[in-house]
Write a protein that binds this ligand. Structure first.
Ligand SMILES: OC[C@H]1O[C@@](CO)(OC[C@@]2(O[C@H]3O[C@H](CO)[C@@H](O)[C@H](O)[C@H]3O)O[C@H](CO)[C@@H](O)[C@@H]2O)[C@@H](O)[C@@H]1O
Length: 547
């Protein structure tokens, strides 16, 4: 077994079970799919440097379980006039006869954005190592009313009732952001629909649109082409100007090419997001091996570009998340795929522990820099929650104004992740509970302000509201900690917050984990399980090495 990871020497911030290339820059997940027993992840990669580059390629890795990965050669690289200045994001579609196809954005010789088609050279190779660019490329060029340098990121295609293929592409015209629809009989010749599939004023370009159906009565995923009256659809847009992934639930009528979102984009905290921290340019795929829809997202850096150059790498992918429609029909639920649990090692359990005001309890005996924690808090005195009218209140601002040390009636309570022994460094992921008109609401915060003694980092505090079921009087929190990333899932995946942190003291064995309650009222740890996490395997073909 040879170690081939060139940049993993003395690197406390490199992850153990989150996907990253061996070195250099990575951004968007591209073309995830399942083919002949193998999961494929392609990704935006600059093989030359730890910064975004002007010759972006499609990195390619394969896995049997979405956790342990084998790195392959680049799948798609600039080579032709239609992609000579970069191969940008795109998606995979499985065509009839189980034939995968990739549509990707090429930056052409004039720096215009065009869409290109690539097909596998050898369908009998489950790793799909080689890809052939189609002779008719580019298969789409910027249509009228779309800026030539803002026409990108084709989605996975789906079939309508008329058996024609459809695909959506992100675009911009002036201040207007657009998602435009193309149709094709053969996947090569595409016709633009004159009406935008979706448009939003004052947003500028809609990057990486993703469009998929969700079941109204099951957590199972659905094939992107499903034709069924009892499904809802999700349109996700990555708004460049905000650097967040927003989604809209709605109704799709394929014969009218019409998507009717339940809500409009407001630019306020009431818009639905996959994640209220760092999570961008996400992409989902239907895993027909396990009948589920899986979502990947790019989690970018909070350290400086100079730091990235020094480390020799930048950018992570989230743990793949299974995604389905909440019973309320009003939002999506996301949960780390079950396979991540294979990495669980030593386990610590705490049950029935009362947390009085000001208490801090260490969760010892696990590797706190590399851990999966699942905790259920009981709130015995829910009725005593403070009053809050959430309308017009920005939850992120609320989280940053009152940090984890400031008492409320119920909360703040939660976890202190990647904390130093003296608590001068800590990332607090916590809740506050409020009473609103006819309901209780939770505020979930991830406070990075004390995550590091270093000053030159992005330490933005994140936050979001969610509804609480008053009959249950419990709140759950699952967090995946992996050296420089913390992925937090509140209330069984109703709300997610991902952060990147670069502690200077709380690294490796010096990292600690605590449960705390700074609220006036007691809360109870109904059950806490924490597992040290093993390293995932990540290596080049023919080699094995740890992530
Ligand atoms: O890799 C290109 C694909 O990535 C997307 C979405 O993430 O566009 C990314 C984008 O931003 C990159 O460049 C910025 C510098 O120009 C840099 O600050 C950022 O960190 C990079 O991710 O690339 C273009 C061009 O630079 C910019 O407009 C985008 O925001 C996707 O749309 C592309 O297909």
């Amino acid at each position: 077994m040879s170690s081939i990871n060139m940049v993993n020497q003395n690197q406390p911030y490199r992850t153990s079970y989150h996907f990253q290339p061996q070195q250099n820059w990575m951004n968007d997940p591209n073309g995830p799919m399942y083919y002949k027993g193998v999961y494929h992840l392609f990704y935006q990669h600059n093989p030359e440097a730890a910064t975004f580059g002007d010759r972006m390629v499609w990195g390619h890795s394969v896995s049997y379980d979405l956790i342990n990965w084998i790195h392959l050669n680049h799948a798609i690289e600039p080579s032709e006039p239609y992609d000579i200045n970069s191969c940008w994001s795109g998606s995979a579609t499985i065509l009839e006869g189980e034939k995968p196809a990739i549509l990707y954005t090429g930056i052409d010789e004039n720096k215009h954005q065009v869409q290109n088609l690539a097909l596998p050279k050898d369908l009998s190779d489950p790793f799909l190592r080689e890809w052939v660019k189609h002779p008719q490329n580019p298969v789409m060029t910027p249509p009228s009313g779309v800026e030539v340098d803002n026409f990108r990121d084709p989605s996975t295609a789906w079939k309508g009732g008329d058996r024609k293929w459809r695909v959506v592409i992100g675009a911009q015209n002036g201040d207007e952001g657009k998602v435009i629809l193309y149709q094709s009989d053969d996947f090569v010749n595409w016709t633009v629909d004159p009406n935008p599939f979706y448009a939003s004023d004052n947003t500028r370009v809609c990057e990486c649109p993703d469009f998929f159906p969700v079941s109204i009565n099951s957590t199972n995923g659905l094939d992107t082409s499903i034709q069924n009256a009892s499904v809802r659809h999700v349109l996700k847009i990555s708004y460049l100007t905000r650097q967040h992934d927003y989604y809209f639930l709605g109704k799709y009528v394929s014969d009218q090419e019409n998507f009717i979102p339940d809500t409009k984009f407001t630019g306020t905290s009431s818009d639905l997001r996959f994640d209220y921290g760092k999570f961008y340019a996400s992409k989902s795929f239907f895993d027909y091996a396990k009948n589920r829809r899986i979502l990947w997202g790019w989690v970018n850096e909070s350290d400086t570009s100079q730091d990235d150059i020094h480390k020799g790498w930048a950018g992570l992918q989230s743990i793949p998340r299974q995604v389905w429609l909440d019973k309320s029909g009003k939002r999506l639920i996301q949960w780390p795929i079950e396979e991540v649990e294979k990495l669980r090692d030593k386990q610590i359990t705490i049950t029935g522990e009362k947390l009085t005001t000001g208490s801090t309890l260490e969760v010892s005996g696990i590797t706190a820099s590399q851990v999966d924690v699942d905790v259920l808090f009981e709130i015995p005195e829910l009725e005593s929650a403070e009053w809050l009218d959430p309308s017009g209140v920005d939850p992120e601002l609320l989280c940053s104004q009152g940090d984890a040390s400031i008492s409320g009636t119920i909360g703040p309570f939660g976890l202190l992740a990647l904390a130093s022994k003296d608590l001068t460094e800590q990332t607090a992921v916590y809740f506050r509970i409020y009473k609103a008109l006819n309901k209780y609401i939770g505020l979930m915060c991830s406070d990075q302000s004390r995550s590091s003694l270093r000053q030159d980092l992005d330490k933005t505090t994140y936050g979001t509201f969610f509804d609480i079921d008053p009959n249950v009087k419990t709140i759950s929190l699952r967090i995946l900690i992996d050296h420089s990333i913390i992925e937090s899932f509140g209330e069984e995946g109703k709300v997610c917050i991902t952060s990147r942190v670069y502690p200077s003291l709380a690294i490796d064995k010096e990292a600690n984990l605590y449960v705390f309650n700074n609220g006036i009222k007691n809360v109870v740890i109904s059950k806490l399980n924490a597992w040290s996490m093993k390293q995932a395997l990540l290596g080049n073909e023919g080699h094995n090495s740890s992530a």
